[in-house]
Design a protein around this ligand. Structure first.
Ligand code: SF4
Ligand code: SF4
Length: 446
């Protein structure tokens, strides 16, 4: 039995919504699956924390996002728009659920062309109630969106002192207000006139891309190649199957006639496929509008999913993902930045030479660590300060003044003229020797 695309879409909307709500609450080792925290300057990815110095993964994430979009569009056209885009999901909730089913402001889901009559006062009241109902959803959705930037625990903590977190409050309200305006007033005009994806998607299409497509061979051409309306097809005087009932036009949220061919406005919601399927059912025929590719409809064959472009995108995606995983696995749980003092050196009375440094230790792990360091290539250099190991809390940073001393006659100069001696320093964890990092600096002598 055929399941309406509408039912399948609604099921997917539910799954996506639940998924997006639940994800910020799932933690691995106390870290989120995805979090981009501007506050803590951290990126959480599958429970691994990357600090701002380690955001080398961001370009890979962006590359994957763009290649993924190209791949998805080449394969399935605007499948994102109809099946996953929050704009479409919220429009279905507002227009079909709140306005049509709950408030009866619109008569039928199957006729989206008929606008409510606002000359009738009760309709204005219903519109206001509808906007208020959706405002509650918009506030929750804006909150969930912020969970991907502020962990839910902190978000609710901040809300207890709203006056101390006016920026957060401002962001939350602005996102919610934008959502309310967009969904209740701009509606599909956002998809048609403002969404940048709508502008670029058509260049990614080829003749094997799947989309909502009217079968001209069965239904008969309704529009000329130039887009002019031809004489309406009549079932009785030709083999044309389209009975020109306009059900596919009435149901379309972007108010287009798909019989004209692929159009920028089509968001791939497949409402027209279902509508024509209902009409054609009475004649024991399949829908004249199908979710298929131009080639498949023309040649009455199966959609060709595996082709040069789609395979190419998958290969590039796998390569980028592989590099990202490799680089992510090389993540260091300790970061050290070494700054030399502006004073080059100091000569002591006993002839020893001291150099001064500031070491910035950063523990990027989620447990405390105790660090020590040693000079690998010049063990004769004395570490005058610090004598103790340095303890850094989970996610913490500590600045430490370091003084290195060269005792008189202790260290051989490799060249007589050498006054700058390169040093290689190993900083390691006292409890876990696998955690270490190598850094370079110099020791200056007169
Ligand atoms: S033509 Fe309209 S109803 Fe059909 S898929 Fe496109 S947007 Fe949806
Ligand atoms: S719903 Fe089907 S039969 Fe009716 S106008 Fe559209 S394509 Fe033709």
């Amino acid at each position: 039995m055929f399941t309406y695309y509408r039912i399948r879409r609604y099921a997917l909307y539910l799954l996506i919504s639940l998924f997006l709500i639940v994800i910020p609450f799932i933690q691995i080792d106390g870290n989120q699956i995805f979090l981009l925290s501007f506050d803590h300057r951290q990126l959480h990815l599958f429970g691994i924390v990357f600090n701002v110095q380690e955001l080398y993964l961001m370009p890979f994430l962006l590359m994957m996002l763009f290649i993924g979009i190209f791949f998805m569009t080449t394969l399935g056209g605007r499948v994102w728009c109809g099946w996953s885009c929050p704009q479409t999901i919220f429009r279905v909730i507002y227009r079909d659920l709140i306005e049509t089913k709950i408030l009866g402001l619109r008569k039928k889901i199957s006729n989206k062309q008929k606008k409510p009559d606002y000359h009738i006062k009760i309709n204005i009241v219903k519109k206001i109630i509808g906007v208020l109902l959706f405002s509650c959803i918009a506030l929750c959705a804006a909150g969930v969106f912020l969970f991907y930037f502020i962990p839910p625990k902190e978000f609710f903590l901040y809300l207890q002192n709203p006056m101390e977190h006016k920026v957060l409050l401002g962001f939350w309200l602005c996102i919610a207000i934008f959502l309310i305006f967009d969904i209740t007033f701009m509606a599909e005009n956002f998809c048609i006139y403002m969404c940048p994806y709508a502008r670029v998607q058509s260049v990614l299409y080829d003749n094997n891309t799947i989309m909502a497509i009217y079968d001209n061979n069965r239904g008969g051409a309704v529009y000329s190649k130039e887009g002019n309306l031809l004489l309406a097809p009549k079932k009785q005087d030709s083999n044309n199957e389209c009975i020109n009932c306009h059900q596919c036009v009435k149901v379309c949220p972007t108010h287009i006639d798909i019989r004209k061919g692929m159009q920028l406005e089509c968001i791939n919601c497949l409402e027209c496929v279902d509508a024509c399927g209902d009409v054609m059912k009475k004649f024991q025929k399949p829908s004249l509008i199908q979710w298929s590719s131009p080639n498949a409809v023309q040649t009455k064959s199966k959609v060709k999913y595996l082709r040069g472009a789609t395979i190419g995108y998958v290969i590039v995606l796998c390569i980028v993902m592989g590099i990202m995983i490799f680089m992510g696995s090389k993540k260091e749980s300790i970061l050290v930045n070494i700054d030399r003092n502006t004073q080059l050196y100091e000569i002591r009375k006993n002839g020893a030479i001291d150099n001064f440094y500031i070491f910035l230790f950063e523990n990027t792990d989620n447990k405390p660590h105790t660090y020590k360091f040693e000079i690998l290539n010049h063990p004769g250099l004395e570490i005058l300060k610090p004598k103790e190991a340095i303890k850094v809390d989970a996610g913490g940073k500590i600045k430490q003044v370091v003084i290195l001393r060269k005792k008189q006659g202790d260290m051989q100069k490799s060249k007589d003229s050498q006054t700058t001696i390169p040093l290689q320093i190993k900083i390691y964890d006292l409890d876990d020797p696998k955690i270490f990092i190598l850094r370079k600096t110099i020791f200056v002598t007169p």
